[in-house]
Write a protein that binds this ligand. Structure first.
Ligand code: FES
Length: 260
């Protein structure tokens, strides 16, 4: 009898594990649900997403919008008025797709959201395992293309982080400058530790020892890659905190603390 069949026959959710294996899945479910609800709410607000030199990362790049950060000015007239509009809705599919198809998150939310499997060495809800070789999960292979978009977004977010240190044409440091800088740094670690990027740089090559620059880049990304899970979580909180900070300051609930 195959091992997976033996596990199945023992019943869905059955296991010999004695630890609280379900706790990690529960936390994953709660945190990801919180993030999805908050990000969706924030994206539909179309308000309080900027203050002074600060721009919420949920709204960056702001292609069209009402803030001074908008690349091409206000919402164009050809967008139908019945369509809900927000600068965030135009761009969020890219970072959302990047996270949704991330190799780490896939392993986490398959367990947490549809218990497939509920945990390592815990019986699954079905007999066979088709993996991601068939539809609809085949779509997850699109991850490498979301990576290209994420790398472009990083450039924009770094420009935003630098702009956050300029107040009316003068250099300054506000707490918001540091929050946005921290967020961009965490997002950079998350993106640069991506499995697809590691493969792109050197993983697909048989020999790297003769290519010094490639080897150095590959070693660097490999070092970050070991902590990809950690970067995935801290950057998730970082981006939510950055939006919340800008939002609270813009609404007048918090006052930006100027250090310089
Ligand atoms: Fe997680 Fe690429 S594998 S971002």
């Amino acid at each position: 009898m195959a091992k997976s069949e033996a596990l199945y026959r023992r019943g869905f959710g059955k296991t010999s594990r004695k630890d609280a294996w379900w706790l990690q899945q529960l936390l994953t479910f709660l945190v990801l649900t919180l993030f999805i609800v908050y990000a969706t709410w924030a994206a539909f607000q179309n308000a309080h997403y900027h203050w002074g030199p600060y721009l919420s990362p949920f709204y960056s790049p702001e292609i069209w919008g009402s803030s001074p950060h908008a690349w091409f000015g206000p919402k164009p007239g050809w967008i139908p008025t019945w369509l809900p509009f927000s600068p965030a809705l135009l761009i969020l599919p890219f970072p959302a797709g990047f996270r949704f198809t991330c190799y780490y998150y896939r392993g986490a939310y398959y367990k947490a959201f549809w218990a497939d499997p509920p945990g390592c060495a815990v019986s699954e809800p079905r007999k066979g395992f088709t993996g991601e070789h068939g539809w609809p999960l085949l779509i997850q292979n699109i991850h490498r293309y979301f990576l290209y978009a994420a790398l472009l977004f990083l450039v924009v977010l770094w420009a935003d982080a630098i702009k956050a240190f300029w107040f009316d044409g003068h250099f300054g440091i506000g707490l918001g400058s540091l929050v946005l800088l921290l967020n961009t740094t965490l997002l950079s670690f998350y993106t640069l530790s991506c499995h697809s990027l590691r493969h792109l740089i050197g993983g697909r090559k048989d020999c790297l020892s003769s290519k010094k620059v490639t080897l150095a880049c590959y070693s660097c990304v490999s070092g970050l890659n070991k902590r990809h899970m950690n970067f995935a979580w801290v950057s998730l909180f970082g981006v939510m905190l950055a939006d919340l900070y800008v939002r609270m300051v813009s609404m007048g609930i918090w006052t930006d603390w100027r250090l310089i």
